[in-house]
Design a protein. Sequence first.
Length: 201
Amino acid sequence: MCERSSVWHNSNGTKLQVVCSSGECEQLSRFGRKATLVDVELILVDKDRSGSISDTELQQALSNGTWTPFNPVTVRSIIAMFDRDNKGGVNFNEFAGVWKYITDWQNIFRTYDRDNSGFIDKNELKQALTGFGYRLSDQFYNTLIEKFDRQRKGQVAFDDFIQCCIVLQRLTDVFRRYDTDQDGWIQVSYEQYLSMVFNIV
Ligand SMILES: [Ca+2]
Ligand SMILES: [Ca+2]
């Protein structure tokens, strides 16, 4: 960055925030306008200066609040969501969407992490998913925690919480496509079942 920029490390030391006081330095001028904070994030995340953000670059830029690297599966899910031209990364225009998506999830996570533990426990997950409109049994919440508790702490970190919600949403969408009368039951053939699963995995 230019000499007019300032660099900060936040408390966990993983994320940089840079503000160019003029917005006119060489790296920022490629946007053809005054740089926003998202632009600056993008420059920092695009380590190889390729003009697009890869899975690895996004993973390195994200923190789940622990020392464990951000879940690569979550990173891939997020990239795939915004990679409209299917080039295996997100370009500068798509990145703004990615950053907003992650910021929104950070706010949701903070809202439901009632005890500020940095993890979502079973009760917090129940409140979050109920808030999103899911009606699931107590037993199923155990299954969810077991499936998405990547760090084996009996609760889920930020990245795994996002992943849990993405997977649940996808499964629900596929189910709803077959549940045309919306009674919560579907009858599917073996091949329909396989197509349903292949839509998700
Ligand atoms: Ca790149
Ligand atoms: Ca918590």
